[in-house]
Structures are given as C-alpha cells and as structure tokens.
Design a protein around this ligand. Sequence first.
Ligand SMILES: *Cc1c(COP(=O)(O)O)cnc(C)c1O
Length: 382
Amino acid sequence: MTGSRGPKLAFIDLDSQRRHLEPRITDAIRTVLEHGQFVLGPEVVHLERRLAERSGRRRVVTVGSGTDALLLTLEAWGIGRGDAVVVPAFTFAATAEVVKRLGATPIFCDVTEDGALLDPGEIPVAVGVAQGLGLRVRAVLPVGLYGQPVDEPAIAAAAAAHHLLVLGDAAQSFGATYDGIDTLGFGTASATSFYPSKPLGCYGDGGAVFTDDDGLADTVESLRMHGSGASAYDHVRVGTTSRLDTLQAAILLEKLGVFDSEHERRQEIAARYDNRLAGVVTGFPPAPGRISAWAQYTVRVPERDRIRAELADVGVPTAVHYPEPLHRQMAYRDDPRAHDTLPVSDRLAAEVLSLPMHPYLSVESQDRVVDGLTNAVRSVRA
Ligand SMILES: *Cc1c(COP(=O)(O)O)cnc(C)c1O
C-alpha cells in the first residue's frame, strides 16, 4: 500500500477561498453595516445587474434560496393543482419538492447513463403518462447535475413539441457553458443557488432567477415581497418573504470577481483527475462543446461503502450525490413516473461517489485522492 497519509483533506475548502478574498469581503460587509440598507440595498441591485450581464439575460431577480428561485418561478407561471411538471428522478429533492409544494404533480423520468442528466427521450413518455392521468403538462425542469450543462437542443425540441415551459435547475451549474453560451441563458427561465458549497456560494442561503421575460421577472419581484404592487403596502397577489440579504449580495460581488479564475482552476483539476483516473474508474465527462462548472467531480465505483471507508482511512473525504433517487423516497414514491422502473437512476444511486473538488485543491492533495482511490478500487477488485 502506498496510501499517502496526512491530514484529512477538505471536501470543499471554503476557508482557503475566504483567506484569499480577505480583506475585500470584510470591507464589503463593513460597507453594508455602515449604510444599513440590509434588505434590497444597493449591492443587491448591483449584483442582479452583474449577473444579467454575465448570463446574457434581460433580467435577474435574486431571492432567498435556490429552492425559492424554482418555486417562485413555477408559482409565477400559475402552476398548481391539476398541472404536471416533468423532472428527473436522480437529483436533489428541491427539484421535485417545489412542484409538490404548489399542489402540482411531478412526473419522474430516468436519466442518461453517460451524463446522469434528464433523458430527453423520456419527455414525450412523461407527457403521455401525465395526460393519461388527466393532468395538464406545463413545464419541464432539467437539472445541471454536478455542474454539467444539460442536453439543450434535445430538451428545447421536446419542450417545443409539447408546448412546455422550460425551467433550468442550474443550482449546481453556475458557470457551465454549452457551445460557449452560458447555460443560465437556456430555457424560459433558469434558477441558481448561492448555498455556500455551490460553485458561486454566499455565506448563507440565496438564489436567483434568470429570464428574458419581463412579465415573469416582475411577478417574481412581487412574490418575493409579499405580492407587492406599485408600492410596499399595495398587495396585488399573495406573496412571501424571499429576498437575498444585502450582506450576501455584497459577499457574492466579491466572490464573482474571482469566479472566472476559480472556474478555470476547476477545469484544470477535473482534467487532471480525468487523466490520472483513466482506466481506474469512469465519471461523467462533458460531451464535446459542453463545459461543466464542476460543482462535483463524481465517478462510479463498485462496492462503494468499502471504497469510501478505505478513502476515509487515508484522510480523503467523499460524498454521495445521491444515495436514493426521488421516486424511491417516502415523500415521492407515490408520484407518477415515465416508466414503472427507472433503472439508470437506481444504478447511479448505487454507484456514484463524489471526490474532493474545489478551486484551492493542491496537486499534492489531488494525488492523494487519486492514489487512495486507485488503491481502494484495486483492493475491492482483488
Ligand atoms: C442546491 C440545490 C437546489 C436548492 O438550492 P438551495 O439554495 O439550497 O435552496 C435545487 N436543486 C439542486 C439540483 C440543488 O443542488
């Protein structure tokens, strides 16, 4: 065994990033403390403008979380009881949760073997199932899992054929591009999350909706502030409280300043992992023309529990995204699905393993991960 031992590595190292960004973040926080506009202050307006410029979208509306970015968009579209939304089964719960919170029905679809992404071929099948149940199919919610761009042309074609709105769940994929175009520009709208461990994370909860539809953006702005109309105490609809704090916006503006260089570092790290892990395990390499945000570097392994334990022994933390597909979870198992079984989702849930991935991961640390995984895979195969 050549397992290079040492201190436990970080799975996502937010502390290195914080040290790198000091004292800019502290200054930005102090500025907000001094001006005192803690809700919808100038940093929020500035951030929304910067995000719109970056993504090529007409409008960006920040909200309290990635989940609310999805929820308020569907709500603004009037999706509710009697409606269906097509979702992948292999994703984080928020994707389907928002559909059910509005009283609508998620239709679970399988994902692709090579990308773990919503299989566009499932969309017409899901539409048929929903119609058979007497539901109106309103939208499809593709997910940029692990930071990957989704199969945009195929999803757009299937959505157009069935008159579906497209809401991209880009919670993990801020920074991803498809043929050089920012994936936040895909679909009728897209939603991202600023949860701390996402590619662009703040120091708490936050999210944003990206769209070219002024009507949608105006409605989400109203929903995030108690359904306000022309003034603060004019209420034209039933809304909620879901704003991105000014403090978080100030932090995000500083982080956005280094995002592109961090994104490049993630590309280098992923390429090095790809290279050194070739022949050991397979992952989810992006198809030509697609660039992942590498929120996670995820591979498929045999005997995952044993491999995780061996890696933990040499100080290499790992995570499983996700151990059980949604159609098997108590909260969702009675919901309809495109097919009785969703075999790819089941298989991936049993095999996926995410390795440490963040822009401050040193070459030595990567080598420890690669050596640890190579040894572990050899020992379970022996
Ligand atoms: C993180 C995540 C969300 C939710 O974002 P929050 O900001 O945590 O509410 C939604 N969908 C996916 C795929 C996610 O990974």
